[in-house]
Design a protein around this ligand. Structure first.
Ligand SMILES: Nc1nc2c(ncn2[C@@H]2O[C@H](COP(=O)(O)OP(=O)(O)OP(=O)(O)O)[C@@H](O)[C@H]2O)c(=O)[nH]1
Length: 391
């Protein structure tokens, strides 16, 4: 984490944090901006009773309110939601510019009409100080944006006081600059430590989420192929049976490679692993988005599909496509030499739901059909004995 800007060195992490921060900012500003606007508008009542030239001040006040509110509404628009930091910075700066104008207008008028002595702080300077706090702590801005605004307000205030009040003396200007800088320091420190804490918490949450995902992957994925493992497949089958939709036909395709052992024996276990991995990819590539594929273990895979309507041929057609995909030659490289491996598969198809269907009975039926495919000469698809399907 950069100690000055608080940004993460890792771009992806920073983007993730910013997305979260934008949401936080939206939630916070949804309450704090309207509330601040109400307070800002209600000061007009005091203003009317305090000064004789309130019309021009009221006009400025209305202008500030209009600009802040419109920038706030724009930041909530779906199209500009991700620009919340930039838009709220503009809201802060336009409010500061307007308040600075009120500060000078009020000050000049009061001095001209002997309502106060030169150099006394009118209420508008206090408003500017409050605005600095508001920018750092209530807009939900990222610290670095709030800091930029705070420093711009400080510079604007110091420069304009120096130019417009050159007659009031260095001490008055130093006073104004000092208070403005103090407001920046105090509010800035609070915003800095709050964002730092929030980033540290975010890092911890990311760590916990990654750990949890790793554990879940470990528990549900086959480490060699990255496909679902037996346990995850059984759980999925269980869920499918629980939420069986009417009119939807389901099928389990039990795939067992033919002649896989000789590949291991001839070329070594590591080549066998590569073959299993490539076949896993091919199965995934041949299936549709919501079909499920996993490895039961060894050279056995299971595919689970669901199709609307009573298309009993669909799963068999898909099973034949899977056999074709598996049977395509596999091109490998061993010690710089090309190696082409051919392997086929036998597939048993079991349609369900049928009465008394459980994950175990479904797999046992599909396995039985696959065994029959092996008996009939391998490299083929056999459907389990058709049963009365409960659709
Ligand atoms: N490389 C590799 N081999 C494995 C793995 N798991 C199991 N095997 C091997 O896969 C083979 C599977 O045995 P079989 O199904 O009898 O082999 P097969 O030659 O395909 O026999 P048929 O199914 O009758 O055609 C065994 O030799 C296991 O040692 C693994 O993760 N990696």
């Amino acid at each position: 984490m950069n100690p000055m800007t608080l940004c993460f060195a890792d771009d992806t992490l920073e983007r993730r944090y910013r997305r979260q921060q934008i949401e936080t900012s939206h939630k916070l500003s949804r309450f704090t901006i309207p509330l601040s606007c109400v307070m800002f508008a209600s000061y007009a009542l005091i203003e009317i009773s305090l000064t004789h030239h309130f019309e021009s001040l009221l006009l400025l006040r209305a202008g500030i309110l209009a600009s802040v509110l419109s920038l706030f509404l724009l930041s909530r628009h779906a199209r500009y939601r991700h620009r919340v930091n930039g838009l709220l910075c503009l809201a802060s700066l336009s409010a500061a510019l307007g308040t600075l104008a009120m500060f000078h207008l009020g000050n000049d008028h009061a001095v001209d009409h002997h309502e106060m002595h030169e150099g006394e702080f009118p209420a508008y300077f206090v408003s500017l100080l409050l605005l600095v706090f508001w920018t750092y702590t209530l807009l939900g801005l990222q610290f670095i944006y709030a800091l930029a605004c705070g420093l711009l307000i400080w510079m604007g205030c110091t420069a304009s006081c120096a130019i417009l009040h050159s007659g009031t003396g260095v001490l008055v200007e130093a006073n104004e600059a000092f208070f403005m800088m103090s407001a920046n320091l105090l509010a800035g420190m609070s915003a800095y430590s709050r964002e730092r804490q929030s980033r540290l918490l975010f890092l911890r949450e990311c760590h916990v989420t990654d750990e949890r995902d790793n554990l879940r992957d470990h528990a549900t994925r086959d480490s060699l192929t990255g496909l679902l493992n037996r346990r995850a497949l059984m759980e999925h089958l269980d869920q499918v049976l629980d939420i069986q939709a009417p009119g939807v036909i389901q099928a389990a395709l039990f795939i067992d490679l033919d002649g896989f052992k000789p590949i291991n024996d001839r070329h070594g276990h590591h080549i066998g692993d590569q073959v299993l991995s490539i076949i896993g990819e091919r199965l995934g590539d041949t299936l549709r988005g919501n079909d499920i594929v996993g490895r039961l273990g060894g050279d056995e895979f299971l595919v689970l599909i669901s199709r609307e309507g009573d298309s009993r041929q669909g799963p068999e057609t898909l099973a034949n496509r899977l056999v074709d995909a598996i049977s395509r030659p596999i091109h490998l490289e061993v010690d710089g030499e090309p190696l082409i491996i051919g392997v086929s598969a036998s597939v048993g198809v079991c349609l369900f739901p049928f009465s008394g269907a459980t994950p175990e009975t479904i797999i046992a039926r599909a396995d039985g059909a696959m065994y029959e495919a092996k008996q009939r000469g391998r490299g083929r698809v056999v459907a389990a004995n058709p049963l009365r399907l409960v659709l």
